[in-house]
Design a binder for this molecule. Structure first.
Ligand SMILES: C[S@@+](CC[C@H](N)C(=O)[O-])C[C@H]1O[C@@H](n2cnc3c(N)ncnc32)[C@H](O)[C@@H]1O
Length: 366
């Protein structure tokens, strides 16, 4: 009988090879870790809704183009129309009129001017450019990220706090209403705040920047000096940033080194919302938002913070219904039916915006 003599080191190296291969298989990228986590967690949370959301999330997101009112907007509008995109708010006004919908309870700031491609059209806007006045022509922003500014119902001369403001997309939308007296922009990251300053200065003239923007750095999350200072507060918190986490390993909260940060994210979100509530004047408005589908980071944080203020001696908090916003924007945005407190825009292959969660809270004096 032929005896096969296999050298010991060959067996060893094959064994080693197998182990390394298995280890390599285990060493998942942050994107893959995020997908596994979402499949497990969102699969059970959203049931049948999850698979279409997953498909859309893994596909390129859609943007709207926010026209810069501080620059030559006539030139910009005509450029955006030539691309075949639609003036979103004009379209919706006509759409609701034609369908005889009662939209009397929606207040859209009249200066906001946004373009989008129609549902199912996956065209993308070219990168914004400077107009002849050296200011940028438009800003590309996820359509769902406009909702907090509509929910805020900004009034002329409002003092606004943008608590987690960088890189500044929503600050810029607020500015485009031409209504606020001043916006205080904060962020924990100095680098990111500097990026916000550069971005906003490329859209509005220097003197307007000085008049309208107040940059505050290096403040602890909870500090007393702020109490009852602002008419409107936006708390657009750091979150698992679901779409980003599925598309890039860079700055990904699912990377192995960031597991502790991930585990404590809802605690941080609750602290930021608490600070937002305290900073708001009595009878003012707070908007809490994330770009995550997670009910823990969304309704979970809102409910926990609302409970923590229960029985407060000076004010009560009320969650405001946002159905009117849902009804108005439903043509362009897909809303999840599983969200009961606030609104959740869920990605959809034909309307590929979001994810985005928002909740509006009124602070009522006792
Ligand atoms: C979702 S992003 C905000 C996006 C921004 N609102 C926009 O529309 O462009 C969250 C931001 O929160 C900031 N952040 C994290 N921890 C913070 C803290 N303790 N206080 C203030 N900002 C914080 C992050 O640096 C990040 O820029």
């Amino acid at each position: 009988m032929l005896k096969l003599r296999i050298p010991f080191n060959f067996i060893f190296s094959r064994q080693l090879h197998k182990e390394v291969r298995n280890k390599l298989k285990e060493k998942k990228s942050s994107k893959k870790l995020a997908l596994d986590y979402f499949d497990f967690f969102y699969g059970s949370t959203f049931g049948k809704e999850w698979n279409p959301m997953r498909l859309a999330l893994l596909t390129e997101r859609k943007y709207t183009a926010l026209v810069n009112n501080y620059s030559n907007f006539i030139e910009t509008n005509s450029k955006l129309e030539k691309l075949g995109s639609i003036n979103l708010l004009n379209f919706l006004e006509k759409y609701h009129e034609k369908n005889k919908h009662d939209v009397s309870n929606i207040h859209i700031p009249k200066n906001i001017n946004i373009y989008t491609f129609d549902n199912g059209d996956t065209s993308q806007y070219p990168s914004p450019k400077q107009n002849s006045d050296n200011l940028m022509n438009y800003y590309c922003i996820d359509g769902a990220s406009l909702l907090p500014i509509f929910a805020m119902n900004i009034q002329k001369d409002d003092l606004i706090l943008d608590l987690c403001s960088s890189p500044g997309g929503k600050t810029l939308v607020m500015l485009q209403t031409l209504l606020p007296r001043n916006i205080t922009c904060r962020d924990i990251s100095q680098n990111r705040l500097e990026r916000l300053v550069r971005m906003i200065k490329s859209y509005i003239p220097e003197n307007e920047f000085k008049r309208l923007i107040n940059i505050e750095m290096n403040l602890p999350i909870l500090h007393k000096a702020d109490e009852d200072r602002f008419d409107k507060v936006l708390v657009d918190v750091p979150c698992t940033n679901d779409r980003h986490s599925l598309h890039t390993d860079e700055n990904n909260i699912f990377s192995k080194g960031r597991s502790e940060e991930r585990a404590s994210i809802s605690k941080k979100q609750a602290e930021l919302l608490t600070q937002g509530i305290l900073s708001c004047k009595p009878n003012g408005t707070i908007i809490y938002s994330t770009c995550s589908l997670s009910p823990i980071q969304n309704e979970g944080v809102v409910n926990a913070v609302m409970n923590s203020f229960d029985g407060h001696s000076k004010f009560t908090l009320k969650i405001e219904p946002l159905d009117y916003l849902k009804d108005y924007f439903e043509y362009f945005l897909k809303f999840s039916s599983s969200c009961k407190t606030g609104l959740l825009v869920s990605p959809d292959i034909k309307k590929n915006f979001g994810p985005f969660y928002l909740c509006k809270i009124s602070k009522l004096s006792k």
